[in-house]
Each structure stands twice: as C-alpha cells, then as structure tokens.
Design a protein around this ligand. Structure first.
Ligand SMILES: Cc1cc2nc3c(=O)[nH]c(=O)nc-3n(C[C@H](O)[C@H](O)[C@H](O)COP(=O)(O)OP(=O)(O)OC[C@H]3O[C@@H](n4cnc5c(N)ncnc54)[C@H](O)[C@@H]3O)c2cc1C
Length: 695
C-alpha cells in the first residue's frame, strides 16, 4: 500500500532541519589560577541545557529583558532533539470541541500520587499559554478546518488531551524555540558542559553563583575549562539517561542531576521512572508506542539457534485477548504493575522481560499478522475487542497486513526508521522494555526554585511529576516551567556579577584543578568503562521495572561501595581533553546510589509496586496470571495508598544521604480567587513572595 502524503511533507516532519546560526558568547575576562588561564563569562541568567525546556526558559527570560546565556553540552543533543515515538506527544488542556476543566486536568496530571497539587494546577492552567506560544512560533500542530487542534488518547489519559506533530514533536519544539532564540539574539556556548556548581553565601544563604564548565570551543587551557558567573541559574539538562543498560534515551544524556546532588540540592521522587517498549540503544533508540503496536504487528522471539517463538501465546487465553492487549500498549505504553493482572497490557511487558532473560531477541514484524494461539481462535480483524476494532475502523485501518495499516495510519512512523537505516517493509524490528524517563528529580517549589538559593530547575531534571504522568506531560511541564522561572527571575532584583566577584570562587576552582591533575593518567584509578558497565547492569537488573525486593539492599551496598571507591581511588582521566569523563561518571555513580537509597528506604517502609516498577517478592499479595496459571515468581507487593500523599526527599550532606518524607503541597481552592480581591497581589508582585497564599 502507498501513502497519500507527499514525500516533502513527510521529510519536513522527520528530517527536521535545525537553525544553523546561533550567536556565540564572547569571553568577558580571563583569570589565572594555579598557572592556568581560565576564561570567564558574566551573565544575569545562565540556562544550562538547550532542550525544549531550556530553550523555552531562555526565550522567556530574554523577552523579560533579562541578559541570558545558554550553555549546553550539545546544541541539538538530548532527548528533546533526538528522541520520539510514533506520534511524540504533547499533553495540554483539551482545545478540541469539548474544551477542558483545569481543576480536573490537574487531578488527572497528579492522579498517580506524590505530585504537589499546586504544581499540577500550574501545569494545567499554564499548558494553554505554553501551547499557544509554541503555535505562535510556528510549531506545526495539526488542526481541523475550524482551528481546533486534533487530539487523541495517550497513557494515563482518559479524556484524549494529547496532540502531536508526528514522531519528532520535541525536535520541532527545539527548532522553533531555537529560531526564536536566534531572532532574539540570545548568546550560546554550544559545546559547553557544566561540571560543578560554584556557590557562595549571600544574605546568610548558600547560593548558586557560578558554573565550572568544559567548553570544547575554547583552548585557553589544556582542559578547556571555563567559568560562567551569574545571578540566577536554570538547570535544564534533561534526565539521567546513562543509568540503565536497557535504555531508550539517546546516547550521552548524562544531564546534571548528579552534579546537583553533589552540590547538596534536594531531590524528590527519584524512585520513579518510566519503562516501556522501545528499540534498543545499541541500534536506534525509539519508543514503540501508539500506532506501532496499534496496527497489530506479529511479536515473537528468536532463540540463540534462530528458532522462532510465539511467546505471547503462553500468556493470554485467546488470540483475541493477546492481540487486543498488544493494541492497548499503544496508549498504555509505560509498564504498570497492576496491568500485569487480569490479562492486561503489561503482561506483554512481563512476557518480553522473561524472553530477554532467556537470552532471546524479541522482534516486531510488520509484514506478518500475529500468529494465533495454537488450537484456539484465529487472528482476524473481526476477532478483536470492540474498542480495538472500532479504533482501527474509525481510522480506516482495516488493511490486510500491519505494514499497510501503519502506512495508512502513520506513514511518518515508517519514514523515521527508514531514515535510520531500518525499512519496516523489509525486516522485523528488534526491541526491548527500556528505561525512558525519570519522573522524579530536583525538588522545586511552585516557581521551579530548588533548595539552593538562585538555582532553578526545568524540564526532565525537575522532579515535578508524581508517580505516573500522562504521556506528553513531560514536554508540557518543561514549557510551563520555562515560563515560570522567567517570571520569577524577572520579579527579583538581579545583579550581574563582575570581576570583583571572582575572588570568592578561586579556592573552589583551584580544588577542582587539583582533583583533575590527581586523576590525570592515574594508573591506579578506576576506569570509566568499568564503572559504566557496573552501574548500568545493576540499575537494569536490580532496579528496573521488574525488581526483586530482596535484591535492592545488596544493590545499594554495592552502589555505595562504588562511590567510596571512586572517592578513594579516583577515575582515570586518559587525556587532557577527557576531563569530562571523570565528572560524568562520578556524578552518575552518585545518582545511582541516590536512587537505590531512596528505593531501599521506600520498600523498607512498606512501599509497594507503583508507577512503572513491580516490587516482586514471595510476600507479595498480587500474582500475575498466565493462561497456564499463576506466575508466582513475579508475585508483587501492592502499592500503599498512604504513600501517595508524600514525597521521599534526599539531600546529600557530609558524604551521606539525609532522607525525609515531605507531604505533597496542597493549594487554596481556585474558587476563592476573585478579580478585584487579588488584582493588587499581582500588581505588587506579592504572588512571588514565599508563603503567599490567596485568601
Ligand atoms: C524515546 C523517548 C520518547 C519520549 N516521548 C515523549 C513524549 O511523547 N511526550 C513527552 O512529553 N515526553 C516524551 N519523552 C520525554 C521527553 O522527551 C523529555 O522529558 C524532554 O524532552 C526533556 O527535555 P529537557 O529540555 O528537559 O531535556 P533534553 O531535551 O534532554 O535537553 C537537555 C540538554 O541539556 C544538555 N546538557 C546535559 N547535561 C549538561 C550539562 N552538564 N551541562 C550543559 N548541558 C548539558 C544536553 O546537551 C541537552 O541540550 C520521551 C523521551 C524519550 C527518551
């Protein structure tokens, strides 16, 4: 079957051309420390990271007349620029014919628990402004002829609030935001990675004031080190994408969560991540949600001898049940423990996990319909659950083969893999269940302020999502966060740092220089490749979506030992221009230790299977069933209702983690907020004050 959309349109949505000219920031000053020239940049606000969240923050800051600088490891690296799915989703208040209700939307966003109620409401009301801004900048969101945006249903979304520009919505967001940054003449440091936050005391508060960074475009010193001094810092460095072996993050997504933890910034909900089906990182990491599974490809595995197994047939009771649940993975994409029960869609994830453990490769074939379960009902498009049949029928997708149904429903989904050297018309696609997103992260208040004075966080590094999140709400949260930080920074009195301020940081910079030279070519230090393997294997095997209760504490002990070994022995820096490896892996080891610390605390206090992680144990009261009976080895502990109202917060202090439980923030009812009564609190900037509440 051929698709009816011209190739140039498909190309514009898949081979997205990015702006090629951003303004570079010139060095403001050079100081000498320990005989080394260090270039210095001054700015009012530093945005670290140039994904969709960071660029939104930068554009909003510049529009608010703040002098802003963007520094990023790679201008178009990170998940926004490089990740996606069949229809990468943006989730906002519904703008279709039915409209929406912000209070209900807030409840739905925070429905999985552990999400601050004010943040959920802010993301709900802010979504309209965030969305309209993107439309204004030219994001090609599909509309009907009346201007109503086309919507569909996504994960954790009963209403259908999702929309998409195709497989690369977030890359298109980066494109339009970067074009705007160019128009606004925002300066960039395009190959500049932050490695350490520099702090000093301001009015009795330890405050973020500078960033030690490695800038590959500068050669004032042999390590490419530079320092950026600012009044306000916005961390927008994305998720910790190097933690898991089985991961669908693009490569080199280190982020800066570890750097933040090292600086004593509080983090919350870091036990919570999303896992779901996607193509493997060793090939082309991409989510296999939405139409990829809704067209009902044949899912099977190959063992080491090349023998094929229709393994899902061992789990479901009828062919109709099997294929209908494959379909539902389209909008129930992230794994959820409770959906392993009663023959629901996460039984598919569990079955894939079991196959992978056997060393089998799991594949999706778009040129074959699902094979029936032997001796039971045949596969037929007339033998599907009613919702599944209706969906395919309503979308005109009742063609004979999955590839034809995919061509009809979403030709861009095929185009995307073709672009990356895999023609779905020709060969099956290997895939796995992988880590995709961290729902927790830096703990922030309702203006995205972290616990470190003058330091904000937006996008995936920010721990605003609760245990679950509707698909597409990550991108929305980053946009709303970007707008909020700009508003808050604008409301403060800002002072741009200058040469005189440098003195306070010389010792911190000098200490880092000593650390670097101690690890340079240090033959007795650990190798980053060994560290990376150890961390990623441990996180995937012991803290993945299927997690054995008894294995968490031993994994934590090993993670702690690794951090101690790194402290004592160091990590070898093989060459002057490889200094970044030291910071990346030291901080990733700390992040992994933090997650295991939080997870261990959670389960020790009776925490159960929530979000995308099943805590399996023979003490578990919930047992997934297959058609052959209970799958006892994956019995799991149930989620506890009481855990939904609090967040686990960690702070790294004196080389140890302090753990506290913090109740989720509530908010006053929006029903008491009237225009005349509250107008002055807006005009006087009272709304930005700590502890301000509407009355
Ligand atoms: C396969 C996949 C599919 C997804 N699909 C969806 C979806 O459909 N809907 C949805 O809402 N979300 C989705 N997500 C999640 C979403 O894409 C991310 O949460 C979001 O793009 C993160 O944006 P960000 O701006 O916070 O970070 P990123 O886009 O990751 O950007 C981070 C930036 O920071 C830079 N950086 C990193 N570390 C440093 C440092 N130390 N110093 C300087 N710069 C640094 C990077 O180079 C990059 O420019 C998906 C994620 C994946 C992996």
């Amino acid at each position: 079957m051929t698709q009816n959309i011209p190739q140039e349109i498909l190309d514009s949505l898949t081979k997205v051309k990015m702006p090629d000219k951003v303004k570079s920031k010139e060095v403001d000053h050079v100081i000498e420390i320990s005989g080394m020239d260090i270039p210095i940049f001054f700015t009012e606000a530093l945005v670290l990271g140039s994904g969709a969240a960071g660029l939104r923050a930068a554009v909003e800051l510049k529009r608010a007349n703040i002098d802003v600088l963007v520094a990023s490891t790679g201008l178009f690296s990170g998940t926004s620029a490089c990740s996606g799915s069949d229809k990468q989703t943006l989730h906002t208040a519904g703008t279709s014919n039915k409209g929406d209700d912000f209070c209900q939307l807030a409840k739905d966003i925070g429905g999985g628990g552990c999400m601050d109620q004010d943040t959920a409401y802010i993301e709900a009301v802010g979504s309209i402004k965030a969305f309209a801004g993107l439309q204004y900048l030219g994001l090609p969101l599909p509309e009907d002829r009346f201007g109503s945006v086309l919507r569909y249903q996504t994960d954790h979304d009963d209403v259908g609030r999702a929309t998409s520009c195709g497989p690369r919505t977030s890359r298109l967001m980066v494109k339009v935001l970067c074009e705007e940054a160019v128009r606004l003449n925002i300066p960039f440091l395009k190959r500049c990675e932050g490695i350490q936050i520099l702090t000093k005391e301001i009015s009795g508060k330890i405050s973020a004031c500078g960033m030690l960074a490695i800038n590959k475009d500068l050669d004032h010193n042999k390590y490419n080190l530079c320092v950026i001094l600012f009044d306000s810092l916005v961390l927008a460095t994305g998720g910790p994408g190097e933690l898991y072996r089985d991961s669908v993050y693009p490569k080199f997504c280190f982020g800066s969560l570890g750097m933040a933890i090292e600086s004593g910034i509080e983090v919350c909900n870091i036990t919570e991540s999303q896992f779901g089906i996607g193509t493997r990182r060793t090939e082309f990491p991409w989510n296999l949600s939405g139409t990829y599974v809704q067209v009902l490809p044949y899912i099977y595995s190959l063992d080491k001898d090349g023998d094929e197994h229709n393994f899902l047939a061992d789990y479901f009771r009828t062919t109709k049940e099997l294929v209908s649940n494959v379909f539902r993975k389209g909008y129930q994409w992230p794994f959820h423990a409770t959906r392993m029960l009663d023959f629901q869609s996460s039984l598919v994830d569990l079955a894939i996990f079991v196959e992978s453990q056997k060393g089998h490769t799991v594949l999706m074939d778009f040129n074959r319909n699902p094979k029936p379960i032997e001796g039971l009902d045949e596969f037929s498009l007339n033998n599907l659950d009613e919702d599944v049949r209706d969906y395919l029928k309503n979308n005109g997708a009742l063609q004979d083969l999955p590839i034809d149904r995919l061509t009809k429903m979403n030709p861009l989904a095929i185009e995307l893999y073709k672009m990356h050297g895999h023609d779905l018309n020709e060969k099956p696609l290997p895939f796995n269940v992988s880590n995709q997103h961290m729902n927790g992260g830096i703990s922030v208040d309702l203006w995205n302020r972290s616990s470190l004075n003058n330091c904000y966080a937006v996008g995936e590094i920010c721990g605003t999502h609760g245990v679950t999140r509707p698909g597409g709400s990550a991108l929305n949260a980053g946009q709303v966060g970007g707008m909020r930080v700009a508003q808050h920074i604008k409301s403060k009195s800002i002072s741009k740092p200058e040469e005189a301020d440098l003195k306070s940081f010389e010792d911190q910079i000098d200490n880092s220089l000593k650390l670097i030279s101690a690890n340079l070519d240090n033959k007795s230090a650990l190798k980053w490749k060994d560290i990376s393997k150890e961390i990623q294997d441990r996180m995937s095997d012991k803290a993945g979506f299927i997690c054995q209760l008894d294995e968490i504490e031993p994994a934590l002990i090993k993670a702690k030992k690794l951090s101690d070994d790194i402290d004592q022995k160091g990590i070898v820096i093989s060459k002057d221009n490889k200094v970044v490896d030291y910071f990346r892996w030291k901080q990733t080891a700390l992040t992994s230790e933090a997650i295991l610390t939080a997870l261990n605390y959670f389960v020790k206090n009776g925490g159960g299977s929530r979000g995308a992680r099943a805590i399996c144990s023979n003490k578990g009261s919930k047992i997934p069933l297959s058609k052959n009976g209970p799958i006892k080895e994956f019995s799991f502990i149930e989620e506890q209702e009481k855990d939904k109202d609090k967040k686990i917060v960690l702070k790294f202090k004196n080389n140890e983690f302090e753990i506290t439980e913090v109740p989720i923030r509530s908010m006053e009812s929006p029903d008491i907020i009237y225009f005349e009564k509250n107008w002055s609190s807006f005009l006087n900037n009272d709304i930005f004050k700590d502890n301000f509440k509407h009355s």
